[in-house]
Design a binder for this molecule. Structure first.
Ligand code: ASP
Ligand code: MG
Length: 622
């Protein structure tokens, strides 16, 4: 007999008939010998309707009253579902977040869960009842016992947190899609349903998966090792398992991490190879990394920044023992890549840097929180550490620094982000982060164990809502990135990909580099104006904005240690004559910026290059 938490989303409980259908499923699950806690959303588009009502009264309603209002949606559903269960002869009881004791911060409209009282729940479960809990809401612990909500889409988070607190066997999220797909089926009808995906992959695919599963829920599942499955309410199909390593017995107090970063990781065993002034045209990255893959050289970080004129710099890191091989490949291929406009440039175009370390901060809490990257840069600046390379993904910021400064960087970052030594895996050095990235799959009894090895790429995401900004000629010294991104954070502008160029130019006696990054498109103009003003004051170079970009990303845990994955992605783009404007990577993700009008074509080409396309077309439910 298992203890299961089931969560039903808005469409699944959108009418009386649907609530009755949910009751049937719950009833069947109980009859099969399980105990059940059911978490529900508000019916259909109720929450949107409530928001609209509030906005008819005030353009800027009081946040406390807003929570009071929005929390009513779920309360309707819990009562109706309990009644439907009782009609079937199944004992059931409905409870609000406050009645359960889902205790949150006193932060209206985006409260995080601190802990969950389980005694009342357990008592009712033991008495043979199904407990139906209102999702998305909680109660503040301090003073006034205020009703809080967790932020839109928050019932997923309620469900997984309850599963963690109750140490349920697993948590099922019922929704109107059959599970997690390899990409957006509206753009690629050949998208396929996945049997399983790891929490880390799911978090990196936030822009693809967030509509199906709240990233905060995924983070709780990962931290507490809660087996999670996303399934359709309309069928008995198995859906997609979202897997994580078995939990290390983490404390259930401060359940949702209030801090945005949950690990500081480092790797001192890295070396950097940079190719300067390669032509800015389709196929260059494909050729370079194609050759590197043929030589079985596994690359870790890759960055390509934009640059003046028609040339780019591409840099990558490898493990020190294979540096010689990587260097040889780069040196052999560099002449062939040399810009035709500058064929006889005899400056050294391959640059090697042996004594480097990669330092990263990781955590899902940084999604949508401007200022996390800025804080990392500021912390490094205060510690006097210069940043040589920056590469970011959805849930990670990595900086390449001088190896001699690694310890200082890690100590400063652990302190700044309040990470204790045992938590961050920073011990004797080496590549602890790689260990962390490899999930030990939790194999649930219902998870089909496929005979084939995990493919290196699980999902492909396209983001068409970004703009790219670049600042030329920023002085290359500690504190510059901190200043730049600190400023953006102060203005509440979230930054996504960040890349720092490799080429260093001395102007007015100061070595300078370019930094490029992407922001959400609606922030583009604003950011440009802000930065243009600052650049003038500080003697930085030009600020360039391009709003017509698209970001395509591939994600997969199994790409770690597999040469050739990047090459395949770049090759797919080259075959379509698509130029890559920027590249940034984390261990399990590679993102490219391309021209906006080529975004969909890029997505389709990459999705099929990795063999993700199925034979059956996916029909998007209306
Ligand atoms: N009803 C809330 C919303 O629409 C919470 C949820 O459904 O997850 O955001
Ligand atoms: Mg939802």
């Amino acid at each position: 007999m298992a203890l299961i938490v089931q969560k039903y989303g808005g469409t699944s409980v959108g009418s009386v008939e649907r609530i009755q259908a949910v009751a049937q499923r719950v009833y069947k699950t109980v009859k099969a010998g399980n105990s059940l806690v059911v978490v529900v959303s508000a019916m259909g588009k109720t929450t949107d309707g409530l928001v609209k009502l509030a906005n008819e009264i005030s353009p800027n309603p009081n946040r406390r009253e807003m929570d009071m209002l929005l929390s009513t949606g779920e309360q309707v559903t819990i009562a109706l579902l309990s009644m439907a269960l009782q009609e079937l002869g199944q004992p059931a009881i409905s409870m609000t977040g406050a009645q359960v004791g889902i205790v949150t911060e006193a932060e209206h409209s985006r409260a995080r869960i601190l802990h969950i009282e389980t005694s009342r729940l357990t008592r009712h479960i033991k008495a043979g009842k199904v407990v139906v809990v209102a999702g998305f809401q909680g109660i503040s612990s301090t003073g006034e016992m205020e009703i809080t909500t967790l932020g839109r889409g928050g019932s997923d988070t309620s469900a997984v947190a309850l599963a963690a607190a109750l140490q349920a066997n697993f948590c099922e999220i019922y929704t109107d899609v059959p599970g997690i797909l390899t990409t957006d089926p509206r753009l690629v009808p050949e998208a396929q349903l996945m049997d399983a995906i790891t929490c880390n992959e799911m978090l990196e695919l936030a822009s693809l998966g967030a509509k199906v599963l709240h990233p905060r829920a995924v983070e709780i599942a990962r931290n507490y090792g809660v087996p999670l499955v996303v399934r359709s309410s309309w069928t008995d199909d198995p859906g997609t398992w979202v897997t994580s390593a078995k939990s290390q017995g983490r404390s259930l107090i401060n359940l949702e991490i209030a801090r945005p970063v949950d690990a500081v990781e480092f790797d001192t065993d890295q070396a950097k190879v940079a190719l300067l002034r390669v032509p800015d045209k389709p196929g260059v990255a494909a050729r370079l990394f194609g050759e590197i893959a043929r030589q079985k050289v596994d690359v870790d970080l890759i960055i390509q920044s934009i640059h003046e004129g028609n040339s780019n710099d591409i840099a990558f890191t490898v493990m020190t023992p294979i540096l010689k091989r990587a260097e040889a490949v780069a040196a052999a291929i560099a002449p062939a890549l040399r810009s035709p406009s500058n064929p006889k440039s005899d400056e050294a175009e391959v640059m090697i840097e042996n004594n480097i370390a990669k330092v990263s901060i990781a955590g899902a809490g940084m999604i949508g929180r401007p200022g996390v990257a800025a804080k990392m840069f500021a912390t490094l600046a205060e510690a006097g550490v210069n940043i040589q390379m920056i590469s970011t993904s959805e849930v990670k910021v990595s900086c390449v620094v001088d190896a001699a400064e690694c310890d200082r960087a890690v100590t400063a970052l652990s302190k700044a982000f309040e990470i204790e030594a045992e938590e961050n895996g920073a011990g004797t050095g080496g590549c602890k982060d790689t260990e962390r990235v490899f999930d030990n799959f939790y194999v649930s009894p219902r998870l089909p164990i496929s005979a084939s090895p995990t493919p290196p790429v699980r999902g492909v995401a396209l983001d068409l809502n970004q703009a790219r900004l670049a600042i030329r000629q920023l002085p290359d010294r500690p504190g510059m990135a901190a200043k730049l991104f600190g400023l953006l954070a102060q203005h509440n502008i979230s930054v996504d990909m960040i890349i720092q160029s490799q080429r260093c130019r001395v102007i007015d006696g100061i070595p300078r580099r370019d930094i490029a990054f992407t922001v959400s498109r609606m922030d583009g103009e604003n950011a440009k104006q802000l930065l243009t003003q600052v650049a003038a004051e500080l003697g930085w170079g030009e600020v360039v904005l391009d709003s017509a970009i698209a970001k395509v990303s591939i994600v997969g845990t199994a790409m770690v240690g597999q040469p050739g994955v990047a090459a395949k992605m770049f090759e797919a783009l080259a075959q379509q004559q698509i130029n890559i404007q920027m590249i940034a990577t984390s261990e399990i993700k590679i993102s490219c910026v391309v021209a906006q009008d080529q975004g969909v074509k890029a997505l389709q080409a990459i999705h099929s290059a990795f063999g993700l396309a199925g034979t059956e077309k996916f029909v998007v439910p209306a």
